[in-house]
Design a protein. Sequence first.
Length: 594
Amino acid sequence: MLFTIVALAGTASVAALTASQAYTPTAGACPAGFSLVRNAGSPATGQTLSPSEAAYIATKRETVLPHAFRTYLDTVVRTQVQLPAYMYNILGSEDPEQMPTVGIATSGGAYRAALFGAGVLNALDGRNESSLERGTGGLLQATSYISGLSGGSWLVYSLAQANFPPVQQLVFGENVEGGYGGWNLEYGTLTLYPSTDDATDAEYMSQTVADITGKYEAGWPVSIVDLLSRSMGRHFLNDTTQSNFFDNSTVHGAGVLFSDLQTVPTIMSREQPFPIVVADGWSKYPYGADGGEALGSLVPPSNVIYEFNAYEMGSYDPQLAAFAPIQYLGTTNESVCITGFEQASFIVGSSSDYYAASNSSYASIMASAGSWITLVNESFTQPGVQLDVALYPNPFQGAGNGSFTEVNETYLSIVDGGNDGQAIPIQPLLVKARAIDTLIAIDVNAEVNNYATGGDFISSATRAALFPEAYSFPPIPLNTSTFVAENLTTRPTFFGCNTPETPLIVYIANGGPPAGQPAVTNTSDDTWTPTLAEAFLDQTFDMATQGITNGTVGARDAEWGACLACAVVDRERYRQGIARSGVCETCLARYCWS
Ligand SMILES: *[C@@H]1O[C@H](CO)[C@@H](O)[C@H](O)[C@H]1NC(C)=O
Ligand SMILES: *[C@@H]1O[C@H](CO)[C@@H](O)[C@H](O)[C@H]1NC(C)=O
Ligand SMILES: *[C@@H]1O[C@H](CO)[C@@H](O)[C@H](O)[C@H]1NC(C)=O
Ligand SMILES: *[C@@H]1O[C@H](CO)[C@@H](O)[C@H](O)[C@H]1NC(C)=O
Ligand SMILES: *[C@@H]1O[C@H](CO)[C@@H](O)[C@H](O)[C@H]1NC(C)=O
Ligand SMILES: *[C@@H]1O[C@H](CO)[C@@H](O)[C@H](O)[C@H]1NC(C)=O
Ligand SMILES: *[C@@H]1O[C@H](CO)[C@@H](O)[C@H](O)[C@H]1NC(C)=O
Ligand SMILES: *[C@@H]1O[C@H](CO)[C@@H](O)[C@H](O)[C@H]1NC(C)=O
Ligand SMILES: *[C@@H]1O[C@H](CO)[C@@H](O)[C@H](O)[C@H]1NC(C)=O
Ligand SMILES: *[C@@H]1O[C@H](CO)[C@@H](O)[C@H](O)[C@H]1NC(C)=O
Ligand SMILES: *[C@@H]1O[C@H](CO)[C@@H](O)[C@H](O)[C@H]1NC(C)=O
Ligand SMILES: *[C@@H]1O[C@H](CO)[C@@H](O)[C@H](O)[C@H]1NC(C)=O
């Protein structure tokens, strides 16, 4: 009886909060012993993960990975490809120390990228029978880290917060508990006009403005990212469905905090890969003054790349190498602690704020984001506030190694993780303390015909080379012409087979349809029918499971499942001093770029 009363009281008080109240940060005394900034060190002086992340990974290695890798091994064995003995020994090991560390980085590119990434995850998911038949299913369950930015953050965050459902359920919202309604693909994400009816759109805009009014009235700057945030809440958080999308019967995820991930059941059980959302630091740089322009973007590659995880926000980039606890984001000193700033929808919105890229001139931003700028500017009076970036009180004032350009800023300006020309969120998975063995890089960047040609992957390599003390990147061709000429974007390619100091990168790009199929995965829509989304996922499944083919219609590499598993065990094989052999020797000869 007592429990019932408590539960009801809890529900009632939550329901009583309006979206605007739930979205408003609050201030209070900091807890005893509160520490605002964690210095993450450097590989040379001793780099550390947060204690919570370290515990997450250690527990996962002990309680999840041995079973997950054994199950994955069974899948690979089902393909009847003869495997070298070391594959059985490593994937079948009971020893947490021998477990390979796998990370997946899934790229930006709005819904196209979210769907393509989802299709690849489906191909790696041990819950899908077709994926088991192809010999790739089960690797997702054995993956330690997953990072996403922009459209990829929609996938990574929604998957994590919805308690890790299979992607068909994630995307379409069928059979998921907790009121989660799927991505609501039939309504646009990056628009203030998601319906086809003017009155509905007007009401939608007034609701999203109302949602962020409490934050503004409490003295926080609000920008177009707060409006975008409320769109993200309606698409990628629990509680919004197709039928309640436009009404205010729910708060559409206002008040859901990024740190709430800590209590999602499959995060608590460590069954999920550790989720990371990536966004870029924007600095007051003279436009076109350096390499940022060369990369075709506004954010220079030397800017800090930030990550948000269930426990903290910050960066391992050496000029900062510091983190702040995520549940107190908004806090700038150790006496007054802010809570409720870390709205999950705001963080996903920050990662997806591509509008700042247009701010090379007032005219160009008004052309691309004029309606957003106008709505926020007309709704709130904030002279001097930059309206096209996400504004975070800067917890890192005075931090960094002397080269941190925002050291004196009151607010950090944060923009889309792809604004630095790096659509694949690879940087967190290069962090040495994370010791990633195999990095699956999913590239859905739109370069030619909305297909990837390797350009943003190249930008990740050149950016890593700016910080040689922090990151090691395997050799890759530095010209997109080579990617295209060698078909590296239309077949999975391994990089770093002979550089054990780097992760081995399994590069899977959206470079073109399988032989004989129409072009589906280069669609770049903001609204989707279930039929098109389903066709998209199915084609992605074929692209992720065909391997290298001879180009005839329907052809597949029957050894692809085994070859991928060879890439997964390769670093641990090396550590054990075993030579590559059998199918792994031929697979790596075939899939490695040299
Ligand atoms: C979303 O709903 C799922 C299913 O009920 C639940 O497990 C998960 O914890 C919820 N996520 C958040 C962030 O509350
Ligand atoms: C919900 O929307 C209706 C119609 O716009 C409005 O009258 C009402 O005040 C709103 N309720 C809340 C709690 O915002
Ligand atoms: C700080 O780190 C940056 C990036 O690695 C480096 O270029 C710079 O020299 C460092 N500054 C100092 C003072 O160590
Ligand atoms: C700490 O930060 C709060 C704002 O969050 C501010 O009001 C307060 O003055 C600051 N205290 C000190 C000692 O700087
Ligand atoms: C915002 O509104 C003010 C006052 O109307 C106007 O002066 C200013 O130019 C507007 N800013 C933008 C970015 O539209
Ligand atoms: C665009 O950037 C400039 C330079 O930082 C800034 O002054 C201006 O407010 C920005 N424009 C908008 C509309 O946010
Ligand atoms: C930060 O402020 C200090 C002290 O005023 C100054 O020496 C330093 O140059 C400033 N750094 C930046 C990047 O603005
Ligand atoms: C998709 O790619 C095909 C070529 O394969 C091209 O004809 C088509 O225009 C592309 N679609 C889009 C939307 O870019
Ligand atoms: C890339 O390769 C193409 C074709 O070989 C060549 O024309 C082009 O100059 C190269 N670009 C760069 C930046 O090296
Ligand atoms: C690239 O793919 C095409 C079509 O399948 C094929 O004709 C060509 O030989 C391939 N090129 C290389 C270098 O593999
Ligand atoms: C498994 O993946 C295939 C390929 O995308 C899809 O058609 C099928 O519906 C999926 N099965 C389940 C149970 O999700
Ligand atoms: C291409 O590979 C498929 C198997 O995936 C095979 O059936 C077919 O005969 C091959 N075609 C050629 C021309 O080698």
